[in-house]
Design a protein around this ligand. Structure first.
Ligand code: TRP
Length: 336
């Protein structure tokens, strides 16, 4: 065959809010690096999404740089992937507005994340929070993305992105690539250490999650305190032993060991030994990242170079889609 396979495009973004934790790492961040070998990847720090809830400006600014350093520390290579801040490419806001005009109130009202967040932030149910999925759709559609690696909780937003893209295409012809979600493996869902029936969340108290940048001593302390049960049996049983099962999932995710192998490894041993092994494994995984993070986050010149070249390259790709969209919709031409 004569066809040259074009590499597929992957887009993902993380909000620069709160403390990135082991759940974010296992569910998202650590999968980003390997994708670079096979796809054209764009990884954005979605700061415009972050302001849909109130942020402290100083903290937000710090979190933005922190997240970029973490991307790099987790193995994203700016030679292979585009790493940039969403707000540095104006086309995101521009396309989001246009997509707003092709999305129905009813569709956005059904989004479970909107419903959750409006409950959580009842004093600030702003238009941005409501239109959040269209900004996300703009992120994805601007780059003619084929695949979007996200957690299960974002599946509904990808569905909406597909619906809006298809709606737009059906009116104007093939403008957007209709993307597909790339959902992480099942079992990669990391639960809270204090309430293993809830997802590990960065908006919960500190001791319920392991932050990627937690000191090894803190990681050990948190794992030791993690809720288990009184059975003293290392067995995977989410229903009856959610705490132990969560620690097993974490252990399995970072060591690659299967559940039955883990059960065998700790047969006849108490939770103390098991928890120490979990802590050791998590520390072994995170410590090298923390060391790289320290170096990278101190190197302002390097960060500057990554962010400006990322934004510049992203803007070029985005401009191609935008010019097509403008023409199709009938906006005034910029040159006669
Ligand atoms: N909404 C996503 C989340 O909270 C973050 C996000 C914004 C995103 N834009 C995106 C994820 C585009 C994937 C693609 O996790």
């Amino acid at each position: 065959m004569q066809t040259i396979e074009k590499k597929k495009t992957v887009f993902s973004g993380i909000q620069p809010t709160g403390n990135l934790h082991l759940g974010n790492y296992i569910g998202a961040l650590r999968n980003f690096g390997p994708l670079q070998e096979e796809y054209n990847c764009l990884y954005s720090i979605v700061d415009l999404h972050a302001i849909t809830v109130r942020q402290n400006p100083t903290e937000l600014r710090q979190n933005c740089l922190k997240l970029m350093s973490l991307y790099l520390a987790c193995g994203l290579d700016p030679q292979k992937s585009l790493i940039y801040f969403q707000s540095h490419v104006a086309a995101h806001s521009e396309l989001a507005w246009i997509l707003n005009c092709y999305t129905y109130m009813g569709e956005l009202s059904r989004m479970t994340q909107f419903k959750d967040k409006s409950q959580k932030h009842a004093e600030n149910i702003n238009v941005g929070l409501f239109a959040y999925p269209d900004l996300m759709a703009a992120d994805i559609l601007l780059y003619q993305t084929d695949l979007v690696p996200v957690g299960n909780d974002q599946k509904q937003h990808i569905e909406l992105t597909r619906d809006v893209a298809e709606r737009f295409n059906s009116v104007y012809g093939d403008v957007f690539t209709v993307p597909q979600p790339l959902i992480g493996k099942v079992g990669a869902r990391v639960m809270s250490l204090s309430d293993p029936n809830r997802k590990m969340s960065k908006s919960d108290p500190e001791d319920t999650f392991i932050a990627i940048l937690d000191d090894p001593a803190i990681i050990r302390k948190k794992v030791r305190r993690a809720v288990t049960d009184s059975e003293a049996l290392v067995k995977f049983d989410v229903e009856n032993k959610p705490g132990v099962s969560n620690l097993m999932s974490i252990y399995s995710a970072v060591t690659g060991k299967a559940f039955d192998a883990i059960e065998a490894e700790f047969e006849g041993q108490g939770y103390g030994t098991f928890k120490d092994a979990v802590a050791d494994a998590v520390i072994a995984e995170l410590e090298p990242i923390q060391n790289r993070y320290k170096q990278i986050s101190a190197d302002k010149a390097y960060l500057n170079e990554v962010m400006t070249s990322g934004a510049e390259r992203a803007a070029k790709i985005a401009a191609r889609t935008m010019s097509k969209v403008r023409r199709k919709v009938g906006l005034a031409p910029t040159q006669l």
